[in-house]
Design a protein around this ligand. Sequence first.
Ligand code: ATP
Length: 215
Amino acid sequence: MIGIFGGTFDPIHFGHLRLAQEAASALALQQVRFIPAGEPWLRDTPRASAQQRLEMVRLACAGNPLFAVDDREIRRRGPSYSVDTLSELRAELGPAQPLCLLLGADAFLGLSTWHRWQDLFGLAHIAVAHRPGFAQSSWADSMPPALQQALAARQTAGPGALASAPAGQILIYPITPLDISASHIRTGLQQGKSPRYLVPDVVLNYISQNQLYSE
Ligand code: ATP
């Protein structure tokens, strides 16, 4: 099974890298593909350019044989819709290849606002990593009814079931909580605080060499 991990990565940090590593282990993934969003359409314009965000993802992923970086959303014009990305990957990798979209719990809660979100289930599984601050028991309350219904119909108890089908199931699984967010890192940098030990050293160096996020 191949994991697909999209994000703004503005900048990439250890919360992202740890999610990918633990997903690879928990779901027995042969690869995690990091796909930085070119033009995220659900949020403000990123602070770093698409090329800079891509470069930071490349630096952070270098040396991990499980990780691959895919720049298709940055090369593609227009808003970065996951449904388009997954359709392309499905066409390239064939109908039988199990694919799994990797999301943090906060991202999953917003899923029903995504462009053609119901079509995602025909293209990939979705694996949701618990993130700090999102207790599973309080989820149902914060979830829109359509998403609750999708979860009730598609949730599977264990990762084994995912590999037996190419798409369509939802797995919720725990990861080591790391309460790191890109927005917190950006705010800290504006105040002159170093994100050392929140991001890999190669990313730290890239940020300082390019004077990112300082104003
Ligand atoms: P921002 O603070 O700017 O919103 P972010 O740190 O949440 O950014 P994104 O690039 O928006 O980073 O997130 C990409 C994906 O990574 C999302 O699915 C998100 O849920 C997940 N993610 C981000 N940070 C963590 C973390 N610390 N632990 C687990 N998952 C995370």
